[in-house]
Every structure is written in structure tokens, then in C-alpha cells.
Design a protein around this ligand. Structure first.
Ligand code: ZN
Length: 236
């Protein structure tokens, strides 16, 4: 409401963010990237933070995410400068992950997670994004995961302002690769071959985005101006 009033009344020219300057770029209101060289892969959780633990397989999310980012790195090969946010079982705070991400330019961030629900029948893959410049890669990543998980197991794109989708100053995604709380899906993701397929798909999505940008990923979403996500916001 407040911002709508402001814009209809007009803002003093010196307060208007210039195109390509502070306002527009800070929020990522531009098409998706092409030709980037650096790929930051973030294994969710770690150390004292196990993430979800499967009652069916006993596997911990923090171990599966680390395994998966290493597979994505291997699939990407030497075409990219791949940075692993963590390369072992230790804890990194979300704000620290954002701070490390913001040390890189001409880069993207992909955070890998596995999901959990109190509902035992919930399953599927989904992609969280916020920035306009992350929509193309989000679309590609969701398509790639769906081609592995099956059309009926796609939960689609979710546009949500959380710390790893809103606060980095580069295109960024958070991928959920399957539910550890679902009996069948937890057994699938326990399989190294299955995780390799997901990793190959995600690497292919990254490579294609670098080659052709947003081509073929549909119209861009509308820009939304919103402040950075804080730890006190809704649970992530
Ligand atoms: Zn997680």
C-alpha cells in the first residue's frame, strides 16, 4: 500500500533508483544470465544442523546434499569454475552463506536440499526462486529434475523470499530434490544412481543457461521490490 501511494504521487528524481543502478540491480530485476563462468554449489545444512532425517532409510539431508553437490560438480567438468560452499560436514550460517556468495561476480548460486513433510504421502521436486534473473535457470532446473522424478512428481516453481533466494546479489536458486519423509522417494534418493541422474540434469540446466540465457523459458515474472530476508522471517 505505502509503495503504491509513493509511486502514484511521484518520487523526487534524486531518490529514483537509476536503471542498472542501485534499485534495479539490487533486486535482480533483469533477464537471466548467460556466459557466466562461476557456479557456486551450496550443500544445504551441515555439522550440528542435520536437516531432515529419513525414518525410512536413516539418511540425513546434510549428507545427501553434500554428496549431490559433488556429483553436480563432477558433471559440470572443467567448463566452469565450481565453488563448493562447504566441502565437508560442518555448519555454515545462512547469512554467512550469503556473504560468501556475494564475493563472486559473473556467477550463480544453486543451493541443494532434500525435503520433509508431516504428511507421508507428500513427494516431489520443487524449485524456489525470487529474483527475475533467476527465473530462467529455475525453469530449466525444475524441468531437469522433473524429467528424472516424473511429471506427476513436479511441485513446480515456488517464488519465495528466503535468505538464499533474496539476499545474494547474483542469480540464485534453492532446489528441493525429493522428500525424505516419503517411503518410496526416500529410497529413490538413497540410490547413488538416482542422485547421479538428478545431478546430471541440474548440471545440464546450468550449462544450457550459460549457453543461451533465458531462451525458451517463457516470459519473465514481474519484478517485486521487497527487503532482504531476515532470520526472524518465516521459517526457511
Ligand atoms: Zn534443507
Amino acid at each position: 500500500m505505502g509503495s503504491a501511494l509513493l509511486s502514484s504521487c511521484g518520487v523526487a528524481p534524486e531518490l529514483k533508483p537509476s536503471l542498472g543502478g542501485y534499485g534495479r540491480d539490487e533486486y535482480g530485476h533483469r533477464p537471466g544470465p548467460q556466459g557466466f563462468r562461476t557456479v557456486i554449489l551450496d550443500a544445504g545444512h551441515g555439522g550440528k544442523d542435520s536437516g531432515a532425517i529419513s525414518q525410512h532409510t536413516g539418511m540425513k539431508e546434510k549428507d545427501l546434499t553434500l554428496d549431490t553437490v559433488k556429483r553436480v560438480r563432477a558433471e559440470l567438468g572443467s567448463e566452469f569454475n565450481v565453488v563448493l560452499m562447504r566441502n565437508g560436514d560442518y555448519f555454515i550460517d545462512l547469512d554467512e552463506r550469503v556473504a560468501r556468495t556475494n564475493q563472486y561476480a559473473n556467477a550463480i548460486l544453486v543451493s541443494i536440499h532434500y525435503n520433509s513433510s508431516r504428511s507421508p504421502s507428500t513427494r516431489g521436486v520443487e524449485t524456489y526462486y525470487w529474483r527475475v534473473d533467476s527465473h530462467g535457470l529455475a525453469t530449466r532446473s525444475q524441468r531437469a529434475m522433473t524429467s528424472v522424478a516424473g511429471e506427476s512428481n513436479s511441485r513446480g516453481l515456488v517464488r519465495r523470499r528466503i535468505r538464499l533466494t533474496r539476499n545474494p546479489q547474483i542469480p540464485c536458486l534453492l532446489l528441493e530434490l525429493g522428500y525424505l519423509s516419503h517411503a518410496q522417494e526416500s529410497r529413490l534418493v538413497a540410490s547413488p544412481e538416482y542422485r547421479q541422474k538428478l545431478a546430471r540434469g541440474i548440471a545440464g540446466a546450468i550449462r544450457q543457461q550459460a549457453q543461451i540465457g533465458d531462451a525458451g523459458t517463457g516470459p519473465l515474472p514481474r519484478p517485486i521490490n521487497a527487503p532482504p530476508s531476515r532470520p526472524t522471517d518465516a521459517p526457511e
